[in-house]
Design a protein around this ligand. Structure first.
Ligand code: F6P
Length: 293
């Protein structure tokens, strides 16, 4: 079989582990790696990487075959070029590692007759069908580490910091981080500023450096800071954008395990010619089995 693999959209730690395991599990087939996601297919940009190189990279964040957000892929001409390259390589199935936008692209290709297998990889955890997407756990850990480090200084000055975390339009990352750092408030798209004010009034009774976690794309951090400054003129407010540190660094061991699991599931599907599938993780699937198995 001729199998193509791309990484698309925002990178996340664990993507390299997933890629390595896919290539290892499918080594008896012809695996074509395209650089730069859908754009790389359009440009016929093939990566030549051996298993040893992929293995060396497996724990690192990022994605060794690069990613991109391709606007050309969204045009009829770009889409046609993408189909042409896949045809040229006689690709039997395309494996897409990506988030929400990449899934939409994979569905378009499927509609155009290309066999696809989709693996959720995004720190946003915004693939509806799966309870987990690769990169999420490491992103939480990175953000928690950032908040805890910065907040030691906030404590020294009795400052209140608003920490803006990524997640695009999905609150999962913000909410998990808020839980782990014991935030006084997690501001998501449904939150009201008055609720935040009430939470701070409560918090100030025992804590002069309460933590506010803000989900990006909800309300601008600086405006929220100004608003709070007016409500609490005696307090000193700061903003810290957690940013790309969430996507970086070394994958957590939990991430590596999840990535290996997703890769193994995808490889088995491909070996059995079970195409046009999305690999999902079901967190409710703990089982009850005899102890002496
Ligand atoms: O989708 C992953 C993500 O990291 C989002 O959380 C964030 O909004 C976005 O990507 C940032 O995109 P870019 O890497 O294009 O700046």
């Amino acid at each position: 079989m001729n199998i193509a693999i791309i990484g698309s959209g925002g990178d996340g730690a664990g993507m390299n582990e997933c890629l390595y395991n896919l290539c290892k599990n499918l080594k008896s087939h012809n695996v074509v790696l395209f650089n730069y996601g859908y754009q790389g297919i359009i440009d016929n940009n093939v990566a030549s990487l051996d298993l040893k190189t992929l293995k060396n990279e497996r724990k690192n964040g990022g994605i060794i075959i690069k990613s991109s957000r391709s606007s050309e892929f969204m045009t009829p001409n770009g889409f046609k070029k993408c189909l042409k390259t896949l045809e040229q390589h006689k690709i039997d199935v395309l494996v897409v590692m990506g988030g929400n936008g990449s899934l939409a692209g994979a569905k378009e290709l499927h509609s155009a007759g290309i066999n696809v297998v989709f693996i959720p990889t995004t720190i946003d955890n915004d693939i509806e069908a799966s309870d987990y997407s690769i990169g999420f756990n490491t992103a939480i850990n990175n953000a928690v580490d950032f908040v805890q480090k910065v907040n030691t200084s906030m404590k020294a000055f009795d400052r209140t910091c608003i920490y803006e975390v990524m997640g695009r339009h999905c609150p999962d990352l913000a909410m998990q981080v808020a839980k782990q750092v014991n935030a006084s408030f997690c501001f998501v798209s449904t939150s009201k500023k008055t609720e935040l004010v009430n939470a701070l009034k409560q918090a100030y009774k025992t804590d002069l450096a309460p933590i506010i976690i803000l989900q990006e794309n909800t309300t601008p951090a600086d405006e929220l800071k100004e608003y709070l400054q007016q409500k609490f003129p005696k307090r000193d407010f700061k903003v810290a954008i957690v940013g790309y540190v969430q996507r970086g660094g070394v994958a957590t061991s939990c991430e590596l395990k999840m990535a290996k699991g997703f890769a193994s599931c995808a490889s088995n599907a491909i070996k059995n010619k079970q195409f046009n599938k999305l690999i999902r993780f079901d967190s409710a699937k703990n089982e009850f089995i005899p102890i002496n198995i």
